[in-house]
Design a protein around this ligand. Structure first.
Ligand SMILES: *[C@@H]1O[C@H](CO)[C@@H](O)[C@H](O)[C@H]1NC(C)=O
Ligand SMILES: *[C@@H]1O[C@H](CO)[C@@H](O)[C@H](O)[C@H]1NC(C)=O
Ligand SMILES: *[C@@H]1O[C@H](CO)[C@@H](O)[C@H](O)[C@H]1NC(C)=O
Ligand SMILES: *[C@@H]1O[C@H](CO)[C@@H](O)[C@H](O)[C@H]1NC(C)=O
Length: 391
């Protein structure tokens, strides 16, 4: 194929692909529909942290050059999402909270409609969790999450469905705890197994205990739900059909960093920078320990601290920030807004067909002219697990 027809072909394929998604992803949350790409054996996730959306074009940007101030608004945040989607063609978009900046959003629902519009119109499935600012406009945390769940093309859920064994009634004031399963390639031996598990949690807003100040933490019932879900998925994966020797890899997304994010300093970050304090809750509720013990999770992704975009590794778990995305969020003048990508890749079986997950990679893109990709790294590979397990 020459260059021009290759481009035409790619464009036609893109249109077909978009219209295919358009036909099949309705606002019904059918998580089983997520699956790996049969051509590339990849599943790509775009993380958008801290959009801090206000009212759209009248909401000004923070921490940009003085010369840009008159032209810069929430619309720049939307433009950045659209560019990321076109460039990376993610299979899922994850908004990790502070999606709107409640104090400045006159109408929370209208602000969310604008904030998520680029994801919705792309027809790519998307999900969101809550941060600590989403409820600071006219809607409660529950109402904010209910609004999100009702939007088009989202796989977000309010909480585990009542027909699960999970007891969501225990989640006092926590909204948006759910998991998604990503199946292997259609027609492959893993077509009906979740080879990648995604967990989403509401890390709360502020402490509700008068003697404890600061941010909220993941509560005991949420931790139990995570443990229950992880072990249920592990049992299924390790039993037939196609029984596996260990759990499928998992990734966890929420807003507020765990206290363990402060176990690093500049000397032992894997990639990225730490330019501000890690603003975790002052209570350690043991979620990190639960994640280590669950044995499936390879990485935890958060937002909240806009000037931190690092990954570090602790006890075999990668702890990663995305870095601030939104223009109405505090930032650092001259340090571009950014987004984190994760690409999970399948390996091939002896017969050449697609198998289970082989590696998890990540990188970030800056909102500069070229959407420069930086800090690419491998978070996990199956070979390293095999080395440990086989000896
Ligand atoms: C915001 O968008 C406007 C219009 O496209 C552009 O001129 C301006 O440079 C952008 N500002 C920033 C800080 O990206
Ligand atoms: C959601 O999608 C449906 C079907 O495409 C459309 O009729 C409806 O207007 C959309 N709702 C919103 C809020 O965009
Ligand atoms: C987790 O499982 C245990 C044991 O089955 C159950 O008692 C508990 O309610 C579950 N917790 C949640 C939050 O689902
Ligand atoms: C990083 O290095 C500091 C000392 O510079 C040390 O206190 C800390 O434990 C190290 N963290 C990890 C995760 O290795």
């Amino acid at each position: 194929m020459d260059d021009a027809s290759a481009k035409l072909f790619a464009a036609a394929a893109a249109i077909l692909w978009i219209s295919f998604l358009g036909c099949c992803y309705s606002s019904l949350a059918i998580s089983q529909r997520l699956k790996f790409d049969g051509e590339t054996g990849e599943f790509r996730i775009l993380q958008v942290a801290d959009m801090h959306f206000g009212n759209g074009k009248t909401t000004r940007c923070l921490d940009v050059y003085r010369s840009e101030k008159p032209w810069c608004s929430d619309l720049n945040t939307s433009a950045f999402i659209r560019r990321m989607i076109l460039t990376e063609k993610p299979d899922l978009i994850v908004f990790t909270g502070d999606n709107i900046f409640g104090f400045d959003a006159t109408d929370a629902a209208a602000s969310m409609d604008m904030a998520f519009a680029p994801a919705i119109t792309s027809n790519i499935p998307w999900v969101a969790v809550l941060g600590n600012h989403d409820q600071e406009s006219g809607l409660s945390r529950k109402a904010v999450m209910q609004h999100i769940v009702g939007m088009n093309n989202t796989l977000s859920q309010l909480n585990p469905s009542p027909d699960d064994d999970d007891d969501a009634r225990l989640f006092v004031d926590r909204f948006g705890n759910y998991n998604l399963e990503v199946n292997g390639v259609a027609g492959s031996r893993f077509a009906h197994k979740s080879v990648l598990n995604l967990y989403f949690l509401d890390s709360g807003d502020y402490s509700t205990i008068p003697s404890v100040s600061g941010y909220g933490w993941i509560t005991r019932p949420q931790k139990q739900w995570f443990q229950n879900t992880s072990s249920k998925l592990k049992r299924r994966y390790m039993n037939g059909p196609e029984p596996q020797k260990g759990p499928a890899p998992g990734l966890v997304y929420f807003h507020i960093p765990l206290p363990e994010f402060s176990s690093f300093d500049e000397s032992n970050l894997t990639t990225g920078v730490m330019q501000e304090d890690v603003c975790s809750p002052s209570v350690n509720s043991g979620f990190f320990k639960a994640v280590v013990e669950a044995e499936d999770v390879k990485a935890v992704f958060v937002g909240h601290d806009h000037l931190n975009d690092f990954c570090g590794q602790l006890t075999g778990i990668n702890l990663c920030y995305a870095g601030g995305f939104g223009y109405h969020a505090y930032g650092k003048t001259g340090w571009p807004r950014r987004a984190r990508m994760v690409s999970v890749s399948l390996g091939k079986l002896e017969d050449g067909s697609w198998g289970d997950v082989n590696s998890v990679r990540t990188w970030k893109r800056l909102d500069d002219e070229e959407l420069t990709a930086i800090d690419e790294q491998v978070l996990w590979t199956k070979t390293s697990r095999r080395k440990h397990n086989l000896d």
